[in-house]
Design a protein around this ligand. Structure first.
Ligand code: V47
Length: 385
């Protein structure tokens, strides 16, 4: 190991023990873009503290001392899904135990049951239902928007938008589907369904889902229609580190084109009650992501995705404790109250299904940051100075 090298600009100093990190640190401090090869070094260096510190510098430059959360409700109007992604423990078929499939009245009753006066976001993600028509989804968005004024509907992953396009006759384009959803009240889109873009992995874990190109095209179209979106990456299963970089690289290129991504959310694979977990178990490879991998992955994302405003630590999948530490590794957003998470918990997530605002504020303050309650579009609603 070379002697410690201090790299400084006017405001910050980052100590680097691995000499391979030195040119990368120089670039980060100069605000220059990192290459794929730089990403490989970041994923492999043993000097994780320096990687985290560099990511923290980038975060600080983007948002200062603030860390964001949203008062949000998760809504999955159904878990009926026939796509068969092997990492998923959430999907059910008709007639199976634990299946649900809400009519619109059930959706309103669900929201009423979980209602909170500070709620500003309903985040919807569900399954690819083989029988519901596109009109049902339009009525759902319209109904939520009319019934709960002030609440923003952030709905459906690109995979579901692709599904809506497939079920319409004559078939609607992504642009037509999104235009109609926007007219019905859709404000933003979540980032799910991205999984891993690399074709060989996608074929193994999400064979019948929208392709990587399709996912990116849906988001490109949403951005063109001024619907901001998020992006996720499912990691910690059978992908390689290069696959992760390739995934982020494709997102970075799209963001260069459109600027429509608000936030990037790495999703740590939850390895229980799903087919992939059983496959990995049989190969003796079923493991949960480690805290070190979670932190490194978030830090690399912050450094690589220089054009995305926020990196989100998803406490549901990496625990509130790791999320708090992640606020020192590039994370500027901790998602939100959520209240009733179903997808990760169907695959064994050990966290609660929701957190209170008080808990989130304490989590952020405990990391030395200023909590900011935001809406789905990152408008600041309350600063907890
Ligand atoms: O689309 C499914 C993933 C996503 C598992 O946009 C799994 O703000 C890990 O998209 N292990 C839903 N992941 C969650 C999601 C999300 C979460 C937080 C914030 C945002 C946002 C979006 O979860 C699915 C799928 O990609 N998923 N099963 C599993 N076993």
């Amino acid at each position: 190991m070379n002697p410690t090298t201090a790299i400084a600009d006017a405001a910050v100093e980052v100590r680097v023990r691995d000499p391979r990190l030195q040119p990368i640190a120089d670039k980060v401090l100069a605000g220059e873009r990192l290459t794929f090869e730089d990403g490989r070094v970041l994923y492999r260096t043993s000097d994780l503290p320096a990687v985290m510190r560099l990511a923290d510098v980038v975060r600080e430059r983007k948002v200062g001392p603030k860390a964001y959360f949203v008062h949000s409700l998760r809504l999955s109007q159904t878990n009926v899904c026939y796509v068969g992604c092997t990492f998923c423990g959430f999907a059910k078929r008709f007639g199976e135990d634990g299946v649900w499939d809400y009519d619109l009245e059930d959706v309103w009753a669900y929201v009423d049951q979980h209602w909170h006066p500070d709620l500003t976001e309903i985040h919807i993600a569900s399954g690819h239902h083989p029988k519901r028509s596109f009109d049902y989804y339009l009525d759902l968005v319209r109904g939520l928007t009319e019934r709960y004024p002030g609440v923003q509907v952030k709905a459906w992953t690109a995979a579901e938008i692709h599904h809506f396009s497939k079920i319409t006759r004559p078939r609607l384009t992504y642009r037509e589907v999104l235009t109609q959803l926007k007219e019905a009240g859709l404000v933003a889109m979540p980032g799910g369904g991205a999984e891993i873009f690399a074709e060989d992995v996608r074929r193994r874990i999400a064979r019948a889902k929208v392709t990587a190109e399709g996912w990116l095209e849906v988001h490109r179209t949403a951005h063109e229609l001024e619907i901001p979106t998020n992006a996720t990456m499912l990691y910690g299963h059978v992908e390689t580190l290069d696959d992760r970089l390739d995934h982020m690289d494709r997102l970075r290129r799209l963001q260069d084109e459109t600027g429509g991504f608000l936030s990037f959310i790495p999703l740590a694979y939850q390895p229980e009650h799903n087919a992939l977990a059983a496959e990995l178990e049989a190969e003796g490879k079923r493991v949960h992501t480690t805290g070190v991998d979670d932190l490194r992955n978030l830090a690399v994302a912050r450094l690589y995705l220089d054009n995305v405003p926020h990196v989100k630590g998803y406490w549901i999948m990496i625990t509130p404790e790791h999320t708090q530490v992640a606020l020192a590794a590039g994370v500027s957003d901790v998602d939100g109250t959520i209240k009733d998470e179903k997808i990760a918990h169907a695959s064994g997530a050990v966290t609660e299904a929701g957190m209170t605002e008080e808990q989130l504020v304490a989590l952020i303050k405990g990391a030395g940051r200023v909590p900011v309650r935001r809406d789905a579009l990152y408008n600041e609603l309350q600063v907890f100075a």
